[in-house]
Structure formats: C-alpha cells, structure tokens
Design a protein around this ligand. Structure first.
Ligand code: HEM
Length: 146
C-alpha cells in the first residue's frame, strides 16, 4: 500500500482555503442550507473550517473552536440535509481539482461525524446556552408542498 501523503503534499492550507471558499459559496447560495448561516459571516466560518480540516488532515493543530457535536446541538440536521452538504462538498473538491487522496480523506472525515450530528427528531436538539435558539428549518420545497 502506498504511503499516506502529508498535509503539505495534499496541497496544504492554500488548497483548503480554495476549497472552503468554493464550498461555502455553494452553501450560502443554497436556499435551504443558507438559512442555517443567517447570523454567521462567511469569512469566519470559512476560516474555522480550514483550521478544523487542517488538524484532521495532519496539519498544525490551530483549531480552537467548538467540537462538531457541541457546535451543532441546537440544529435540526436531518440525513437529507447532511447528504446535501456532502454533495456540495464533493462538488467543491472536484471544482478545485483536489487529488483523489485529498478527496477520499476529506469525504471520510466528513462522513465520520454523520452519526453524531444527524438527529432523528427535533426533540434531540439542545440549546448551547440558555438564550440560544433552535435552528429547525424545513426544506423550502416541502414547505410549499404542505
Ligand atoms: C448539514 C450539516 C451541517 C450544518 C447545517 C452545519 C451548520 C453549521 C453552522 C450554522 C455553523 C455556525 C455555528 C455558529 O457559529 O453559530 C457551523 C459551525 C461549524 N461546523 Fe457545521 N454544519 C454541518 C455539518 C458539519 C460537519 C459535518 C462538520 C465537520 C466535518 C462541521 C464543522 C463545523 C465547525 C468546525 C464549525 C465551527 C464551530 C464553532 O467553533 O462554533 N459542520 N456549522
């Protein structure tokens, strides 16, 4: 089996910055996903994601934000929403010409949080702090159909 590439060999921080920009452009343009980010600045979430993924790919550990489970406990993340996000992630990796190894490792990392972030019902949502608000957002087309 060939040796696992280092973070730098995978394109390092410049590659992650490029990919996260393309990815969040898609997220912020999407009529369902973007509603989760109404109060979040795109430049900030891009930076947080680059820092987070850098650690996950073996780069320098600089991420000091919340871990995925506490960061998303107030959001009603269904498997449809998760799959949609994964699809945009894959499209972004293709658009920036990421290598097969980088693509495989990022998709694997992303999927490793699925069981912990996907909720079966809104009753599984928990506030992060007392005055927090739940993010329970129906898929826009479903709202129209109802
Ligand atoms: C459909 C699934 C997801 C949705 C809707 C979502 C949405 C969000 C939103 C809205 C924030 C900003 C929270 C805030 O600042 O108030 C956030 C933060 C974050 N997300 Fe996600 N996310 C999803 C999946 C993931 C996955 C799979 C990962 C990791 C692989 C991830 C990693 C992060 C990180 C690292 C932060 C920053 C956390 C912090 O320090 O506050 N997210 N996400």
């Amino acid at each position: 089996m060939s040796k696992k590439k280092t973070y730098e060999e995978l394109g390092g921080r410049p590659m992650l910055e490029k990919m996260c920009k393309v990815f969040y452009d898609k997220v912020y343009e999407h009529p369902w996903l973007n509603q989760f980010f109404n109060s979040v600045k795109q430049e900030i979430i891009e930076l947080q994601q680059v820092d987070f993924l850098q650690g996950g790919l073996g780069g320098k550990k600089v991420y000091c934000g919340k871990l995925p489970v506490p960061a998303h406990k107030h959001m009603y993340i269904t498997s449809e929403l998760y799959q949609l996000r994964s699809k945009l992630l894959l499209e972004s990796l293709i658009e920036v010409d990421a290598s097969k190894e980088l693509t495989d490792r990022l998709i694997k990392l992303d999927l490793s949080f699925a069981h912990a972030l996907i909720k079966k019902s809104t009753s599984e949502c928990e506030k992060r702090y007392n005055s927090d608000e739940f993010l329970i957002i129906p898929e826009p087309n479903m709202k129209k159909a109802a």
